[in-house]
Design a protein around this ligand. Structure first.
Ligand code: UD1
Ligand code: CA
Length: 457
């Protein structure tokens, strides 16, 4: 074997061809989301964050769906046509075409973190190993492969199905994570047979084969969570809970306030600044950022949105791709749809919906309004029940512009495209079809008439 060089590159081979029968779901197992993210992506991101530049995924069941999710992240997909066992799966990833070192992981072990992977890679190089397996001790090792040691050193892995009752008592188990020189895989994988209870080609057998050939092989101890696989819906829910708890703990350690950290659902990708307050039953998803001293009240669901400092997100608010500037308040029961921007100190109250709307500094829309494709200036008052009629019979969308300090009376409609000038006033109940000049009053409603003694009943 050639000498190890410190700058050899790392390739990850992620095994994900299995069917996941026990998930009982039409979705390929590794695409099931753990805390909002397909579990295979969690494994891939952990690898990338640990500095693994090349990713290869072995797929089989649900190939096209799996490809659609992983290929955009620069991962090569290798097909294992028949699931003949874990050794055959690694072979499908063509280790002969890899230079450097390889880390093999399971696509259905989503709790692994970059720090775990970085630790394994460091140990592997520090001990100048040719092959390593990551092991953990479990109180109840169930169907995990058992680690056989002789005089303290790793000797073999025995699958539970093939183990004697004595061997089954061993608590140290195989996590299914391995590190190896690529040339070790190329040389020894073909030497593995399928003479076992399952008639499968077991990757675990590479340990004894390599030892027989005097290679330097060792077990590296890992954190228990890296062994946690997802095989059914209960384990999926449990894994999500672990990730949400982990995130909540990290955020609290950094100074985020939580009334009940067991009932917040904050995805790993979300940033929350110290001093923010997150109430129970809040979902924060995707690229969401929450500023300091901002509070997010119960039942709010926020996706890919940027919320500044000291903002109040009141209960049951739904935000998607929205930007909210400092000191604004939104909700309760508000819905802000993509490309909406709420200015500093603005107020958006209950049952207000906005879409593609820029809502200026200190403007207010307190109740029951729809503003779509609109540009609302600063210090504008939008009366209750205001509607921008942005969608025309030609099926196109048109804009409504309302200037600074305009005062819009309740129950007004704006038939876009239409512009209302600065300091203009629109009388209640108006249907505005023509532009309103600066400082003008526009009233567009039926005149009130009175018929005396009308009701003779
Ligand atoms: C494997 C190990 C076992 C270890 C356990 C940890 C073997 C023989 N056994 O057992 O020692 O304790 O993982 O979880 O390796 N896969 C393929 N193609 C195949 C077979 C499997 O891609 O032909 C993939 C699966 O999708 C899965 C992973 O490999 O992601 C592990 O396979 P699985 O059948 O779950 O192995 P275990 O029986 O759990
Ligand atoms: Ca498994």
């Amino acid at each position: 074997m050639t000498e190890q060089k410190a700058n050899r590159s790392w390739t990850a081979i992620i095994l994900a061809a299995g069917k996941g029968t026990r998930m009982a779901s039409p979705l390929p197992k590794v695409l099931h989301p753990v805390a909002g993210k397909p579990m295979v992506l969690s494994v891939m991101h952990a690898c990338q964050q640990a500095g693994v530049t090349n990713l290869r995924l072995v797929a089989g069941h649900g190939l096209n769906l799996v490809k659609a999710v992983v290929e955009p992240t620069g991962c090569q997909v290798h097909v294992q046509a028949q699931q003949l066992g874990t050794a055959d799966a690694v072979k499908s990833a063509q280790p002969d075409s890899i230079e450097g070192d390889v880390i093999i992981l399971n696509g259905d072990h989503p709790l692994i973190e970059a720090s775990d992977i970085a630790h394994f890679m460091k140990e592997f190089r520090a001990q100048k190993l040719d092959l390593a397996v990551i092991t953990v001790e479990l109180k109840n090792p169930k169907s995990f492969g058992r680690i056989i040691r002789q005089h303290g050193s790793l000797a073999a892995i025995v699958e539970a199905k093939d183990a004697s009752s004595e061997t089954l008592k061993i608590k140290e188990v195989n996590t299914g994570i391995y590190l190896a020189r690529a040339d070790v895989l190329s040389e020894f994988l073909p030497k593995i047979g399928n003479n076992n209870a399952n008639k499968e080609f077991y990757l675990t057998d590479i340990i004894s084969v390599a030892l027989e050939n005097q290679l330097k092989v060792a077990a590296i101890k890992g954190n228990k969570k890296v062994a946690m696989g997802v095989n059914n819906q209960q384990e999926l829910a449990f894994a999500s809970r672990m990730v949400y708890r982990r995130k909540a703990k990290q955020l609290m350690e950094s100074g985020v306030l939580m009334i009940d950290p067991t009932s917040v659902f904050i995805e790993d990708s979300v940033q929350v600044s110290p001093g923010a307050v997150i109430y129970p039953n809040v979902f924060l998803r995707g690229r969401t950022k929450i500023g300091s001293f901002t509070s997010v009240e119960p039942g709010s669901y926020i996706v890919d949105s940027e919320i500044g400092e000291s903002v109040q997100i009141k209960a049951y608010t739904y935000l998607e791709k929205t930007q909210i500037h400092r000191n604004a308040s939104v909700g309760p029961f508000a819905r802000l749809r993509p490309e909406t921007e709420i200015g500093e100190e603005a107020h958006v109250g209950n049952f207000v919906e906005m879409k593609k709307t820029k809502f200026g500094k200190k403007s207010k829309a307190g109740h029951l309004s729809y503003l779509g494709d609109a540009e609302i200036g600063e210090q504008v008052n939008i009366g209750c029940g205001t509607i921008t009629c942005n969608y025309a019979v030609d099926k196109k969308k048109y804009k409504t512009k309302i200037g600074d300090r305009a005062f819009i009376g309740s129950d007004s409609q704006f038939i876009a495209p239409v512009t209302v000038g600065s300091d203009a006033v629109v009388g209640s109940g108006s249907t505005i079809t023509k532009d309103v000049p600066d400082r003008a009053l526009a009233v567009a409603r039926g005149k009130q008439f009175i018929k005396e003694d009308y009701n003779k009943g």
